[in-house]
Design a protein around this ligand. Sequence first.
Ligand SMILES: C[S@@+](CC[C@H](N)C(=O)[O-])C[C@H]1O[C@@H](n2cnc3c(N)ncnc32)[C@H](O)[C@@H]1O
Length: 268
Amino acid sequence: MTSFQYMPPLHKQSFKTGEVALVGAGPGDPDLLTLQAFRFIKQADVVIYDRLVSQEIMALLPSNCERIYVGKKQAAHRVPQENINKLLVEHAKLNKKVLRLKGGDPFIFGRGGEEAQFIISQGIACHIVPGITAASACTSYAGIPLTHRKVARSCTFITGNMQDNGALDLPWQTLNDPEQTVVFYMGIKSLPTITKQLINAGRCKNTPAALIRKGSHVDQQVVKGSLETLEALVTLHNIKPPSLIVIGNVINTFADVQLQNLGYLAPE
Ligand SMILES: C[S@@+](CC[C@H](N)C(=O)[O-])C[C@H]1O[C@@H](n2cnc3c(N)ncnc32)[C@H](O)[C@@H]1O
């Protein structure tokens, strides 16, 4: 058995040259950055960043900070992970303070674990700073609690990203509890499979469901329907990535008039 004693993690310590900080930038709204993330952003010599880091957050970087984009380009594939790993290490070896900035939380569907493993395998110190993950922030900004007493006792975050062969092999039978909220990341492309498989697994086709696009950004879109109507809603409202699919009875926790009172919906 291994037991660990608490010690202040590296991210509590100062950011030195020759080190990498792997920082979660949250879902977009700069107000959702942690103070730790803000501190590292302000000190970076070079930032290696993804598509989901908002422009408002990029604007917080020092003006002389070098910016390297490694996200997906239009109609092209993302920079291979090995190249990103190498870039991080190369810049640290040039004695820079290297900021690896990622949308949401680096350890939730963010390959943060892989990057940290590589960085430390090269003998380089790596600070890890959590961020608010999309599922948490986007639902809050849409007035949807992820769990709610007597409505949802559990919540699952799951990827809708298909394998290279187009398959989506997920444990569907574990997602059919009516008191469970399910949040799909990267699921817009595979939505027809998701809805079909959930219904086949026993989830009622009338289960409330929502699509949240660009959550926490000024142009956030929230569309609500049911498991059965989701696919048509994607087409009707032209929902594109980055979007989350949220499934479960929690979606109807607040009536529209209450959402207006809470400031989530504009009064009619
Ligand atoms: C590669 S994953 C990265 C997740 C990220 N590490 C996190 O913790 O939120 C990208 C997916 O996250 C979701 N996502 C991230 N930011 C979002 C946002 N602001 N609004 C809606 N979905 C978002 C989308 O499903 C998107 O396709």
